[in-house]
Design a protein around this ligand. Structure first.
Ligand SMILES: [Zn+2]
Length: 394
């Protein structure tokens, strides 16, 4: 199993469980990181700003622009050029918006202090963030994501207005201690919570098409082997992905794999379930983390992202802590999700060439800034292998 496809739990010496984060190089650049830290302070103000986007018709808009608000204030803008929903838009402090578009856009950002607007050009399939200067002025900056990170033209997908769906076959193993009505209610509620978050970030929903059980070999004590066993035993049938929750062994308070899959659009995801000391919000995060990998997301150096490599901290134990993806993984997942909405795609190399090209640029950049994590590099290699196989077949 690719190491990059797993999420770890790391236990601390204190009796209460603590989650710690693996030290990784900062994303973007130092300036951006400073703004990001300031942004963390206000994350709890996480609002519903991005929900505005869901209300507007987005027919024919297959590209996306992701904007994070890392200031301590609400930011407002309107689209003044390009193909995107018209109107006045608000983004709360700490929140993140996905703007459906077709090619590049121009927006006029309201300067609340001077009551005028600054017009800014935005490239399609790119990420931006609002930061604040020392004097409090709000500025929009681009997150550098590789050569030619500007996408001057639309990806040309036939976009679908409807939300996309990932069909899920949900299973627990024979070691699950609860009665079926109890575990079924618990896991369906978790799927529903994860689905709402996924819908906000990449316009996809989880649809549980079947619920069942499978039997694990009690002699197996290795997570990778349990995943292999799960893949051999369970067929996805009418689902896109089978998600199995195993209670084969307790989750100790030490570093270990909490969940795993073999990469983007892979048919099986396995998650450890039996534990007395993991709160439900972190279980939702764990599920979303593995679904993130399913949609091409890689480990993020941003400590509050669902895609951080190691789940942590007292901070995330706070029920009010927002569960959210970082902007770069949101961009990746949205682009992959847009393809899933338009047709059936069951492997990474079946994405359109334009999407693959953009993903290669992004993964190449992420592999550079997080060299100790292999997820971006292994997904890049998957895309390159698919391209080489296609070229050989020509
Ligand atoms: Zn992971």
């Amino acid at each position: 199993m690719a190491a990059g496809a797993t999420l770890y739990l790391r236990g601390g010496p204190s009796p209460a469980l603590t989650w710690t984060h693996r030290v990784m190089k900062p994303c973007i650049n130092h300036h951006a990181l400073r703004i990001f830290r300031r942004g963390l302070v206000v994350r709890r103000l996480f609002g519903i700003g991005a929900a505005v986007w869901m209300l507007v018709p987005i027919v024919g808009l297959a590209d996306v622009i992701v904007i994070a608000n890392r200031t301590s204030t609400t930011v407002e803008w309107r689209v003044v050029g390009g193909s995107a929903p018209a109107g006045q838009f608000r983004l709360e402090a700490g929140d993140l918006a996905t703007i459906p578009a077709s090619g590049p856009l121009s927006i006029a950002v309201r300067d609340g202090r001077r009551n005028d607007a600054v017009v800014t050009h935005l490239d399609a399939d790119c990420c931006y963030y609002f930061g604040q200067t020392r004097s409090g002025k709000v500025q929009l900056a681009k997150i550098g994501l590789g050569d030619g990170d500007a996408s001057d033209s639309a990806r040309g997908l036939g976009a679908n207005q409807a939300l996309g769906t990932i069909r899920v076959k949900l299973l627990v193993d024979d070691d699950e201690p609860a009665r079926r009505p109890v575990w079924e209610r618990r896991l369906l509620r978790r799927m529903s919570a994860a689905s709402s978050i996924l819908e906000k970030f990449c316009r996809l929903r989880l649809n549980v098409v079947s619920v069942g059980t499978w039997t694990t070999d009690n002699a197996t004590q290795d997570f990778s082997r349990t995943l292999t066993e799960f893949e051999r035993t369970v067929r996805t049938e009418s689902a896109d992905v089978a998600i199995g929750f195993t209670s084969q062994y307790d989750i100790p308070r030490s570093r270990m794999h909490l969940g795993g899959t073999r990469g983007p659009l892979h048919s099986h995801i396995l998650i450890r379930e039996w534990s007395q000391h993991i709160p439900e919000p972190q279980r939702v995060e764990l599920l979303l983390h593995e679904i993130g990998h399913y949609l091409g997301a890689v480990h993020s150096p941003e400590p509050a992202s669902i895609m951080r490599a190691v789940l942590i901290s007292k901070r995330t134990r706070n029920a009010r802590f927002p569960i959210q993806y970082d902007p770069v993984n949101t961009l990746i997942m949205y682009m992959v999700g847009e393809e899933l909405r338009s047709r059936k795609v069951d492997r990474f190399s079946a994405l359109t060439p334009a999407t693959q090209r953009r993903l290669r640029q992004i993964y190449r950049e992420l592999a550079k800034i997080s060299p100790r994590d292999s997820s971006a590099d292994s997904y890049l290699r998957m895309l390159q292998a698919g391209r080489a196989a296609r070229d050989r077949g020509k």
